[in-house]
Write a protein that binds this ligand. Structure first.
Ligand code: SF4
Length: 520
């Protein structure tokens, strides 16, 4: 981007970018080039092992012609457009300049839909905070198709899907509605760090008025909320969604006919009655009681289990491995997607591990004691803040899991993030932030946690997924843990992958038989 800045300063300097075939990071860089360079011509040369000199020469000659023409014809700038945006103090500035509180009934907020349960519980939680959730947008293939019309196809899969969902929200919003779309921000080697910028440019280029992006963080004053109040409202929503996903998968295997529909009816009834966090907590015991009575054919603890790891966007919904989850259920195998709360625990644990590392320690009692001796220094203070956030989330998870344990439909315990982190750190530098390290750690802990197999599913063109696949495959084979990896492009699963699924199912059943799992 430094080169872009220099090329923009000098009217007679033009940009030539050289890239490798199918480089995901360059897919994002190139989308920035388009918007940064505006009408000024630039050339991207994407090179692979088969690129011939003649082709490159032709493109360079064409580029020089374009530069020549450009210098003769000056383009006229487009009319100005102001993007709607969140500002500190819990307000949003509309495209016409009007400042509106986020709690205004005209403002509706939406979350990307990667899992129906998570999207629904997050909508509930923002309602408890006084915001107004928009109607849920079910995940479907038309969103992917629409998104692909606006992207290069080389970005990782969540991007076109989110673009498609954003456009669908825009098309279906009520007259006068100001719509906010949640967009996450991550870190290398994951390109989610570039998502926010990509979406901001997209909104500007498409001139989409009164559509804004949000992500509660320091620079927007946490959307005007106290950050602890935000965590207090959002964490139960995330933990409950994880639990409901787990129960849903369990009932696919052990539920009597109609049990899954009953779960969904009970959940919807419960969600409609939970208009505040207090009402939610008060109604939980009765909800758990009703789930405990859902009819089942056998005890889920007698069934083989396969952990589903990989990017959170793809591991929850059957959309990303169409029909495959039913194949496991038909053979009596319970799939258990790794909880989203594990990612949040990791996010709280990561900075503690980083700080403790600078003291030559691991997070734990000694590091906490050290932080207490440095309470008046930024590192000590921050360590204690992260420790409190981590402990609160852990405690919440244990509390809700303990409650739902009574349903007899849970097959996993609370997330042991510290041991997952330690195992992952044996193969991935802890300095690399994102889902890579927890995915590798979870994979290596799978046998210890009693799983009979592992399914690693990642979005098309996801670099962390490809690295975790490369690390986990040989290690799992060494450990005798049946593993199947799958990179989803959002379309139907090919017959060759279905054959691999068959083999994996057989390996899982054999693993379970060796480990004395009783088949009911
Ligand atoms: S984890 Fe993978 S799919 Fe998700 S944003 Fe990062 S690179 Fe893209």
């Amino acid at each position: 981007m430094n080169a872009v800045g220099i090329a923009k300063q000098h009217p007679n300097l033009f940009l030539l970018s050289v890239s490798n075939f199918s480089c995901t990071i360059d897919a994002f860089t190139h989308s920035m080039l388009a918007s940064e360079m505006g009408s000024k011509p630039y050339l991207v040369l994407e090179i692979d092992a088969h690129t011939a000199d003649a082709g490159v020469q032709t493109r360079l000659e064409a580029f020089l012609d374009i530069i020549h023409n450009y210098r003769e014809v000056q383009t006229i700038g487009a009319y100005p457009f102001t993007r709607c945006r969140v500002v500190p103090g819990g307000r949003v500035i509309r495209s016409n300049g009007e400042s509106v509180p986020l709690t205004d009934p005209r403002v509706k907020v939406y979350f990307p839909n990667f899992s129906p349960y998570h999207t629904r519980t997050l909508a509930l939680a923002v309602g408890w905070l006084g915001l107004h959730p928009g109607a849920l947008v079910p995940l479907d293939r038309t969103q992917l198709e629409k998104g692909l019309q606006h992207t290069s196809g080389r970005e990782c899969l969540p991007l076109p899907i989110c673009i498609g969902q954003l456009l669908q929200i825009h098309e279906h919003r009520q007259p006068g509605e100001i719509a906010g779309f949640y967009m996450l921000q991550g870190g290398a080697p994951c390109v989610s760090d570039a998502y926010m910028g990509y979406f901001e440019r997209f909104l500007t280029e498409q001139r989409l008025t009164d559509l804004f992006l949000f992500n509660p963080q320091q620079d927007n004053d946490f959307l005007g909320f106290d950050k602890y109040a935000l965590a207090q409202h959002l964490s139960p929503a995330i933990i409950l969604a994880d639990i409901l996903v787990e129960i849903d998968h369990v009932l696919r295997v052990v539920g009597h006919q109609g049990a899954l529909d009953q779960l969904r009816d009970e959940w919807e009834r419960f969600a409609q009655g939970a208009r505040s966090l207090d009402e939610f907590n008060a109604a939980l015991p009765a909800f758990v009681e009703r789930l405990a009575h859902l009819p089942r054919t056998k005890d889920p603890h007698t069934c083989p289990r396969v952990v589903v790891a990989g990017d959170f966007f793809t591991r929850f919904s059957s959309f990303f491995m169409d029909g495959v989850r039913d194949l496991y259920a038909e053979r009596g195998i319970i799939l258990k997607p790794v909880d989203l709360s594990e990612l949040f625990l990791y996010i709280a644990y990561h900075p503690m591990a980083e700080t403790a590392g600078t003291w030559g320690m691991k997070p734990g009692g000694l590091a906490l004691a050290k932080a207490c001796t440095r309470i008046f220094q930024p590192e000590g203070k921050e360590y204690i803040q992260h420790w409190m956030g981590y402990q609160t989330l852990k405690h919440e998870e244990e509390r809700y899991r303990g409650l739902f344990h009574e349903t007899g439909l849970l097959v996993a315990g609370p997330n042991a993030v510290s041991s997952i982190f330690e195992r992952g750190a044996e193969h991935v530098s802890p300095a690399i932030y994102g889902e890579l390290l927890p995915t590798v750690g979870k994979g290596l802990e799978a046998a210890h946690e009693g799983y009979d197999g592992m399914l690693v599913i990642g979005p098309f063109n996801c670099l962390p997924y490809r690295i975790s696949e490369a690390i986990l495959k040989p290690l799992s084979i060494q450990q005798g843990m049946p593993i199947l990896t799958y990179e989803s492009d959002g379309y139907a699963v090919s017959p060759s992958v279905l054959r691999q699924v068959d083999v994996h199912i057989q390996q899982v059943l054999e693993h379970a038989a060796r480990n004395h799992v009783t088949q009911g």
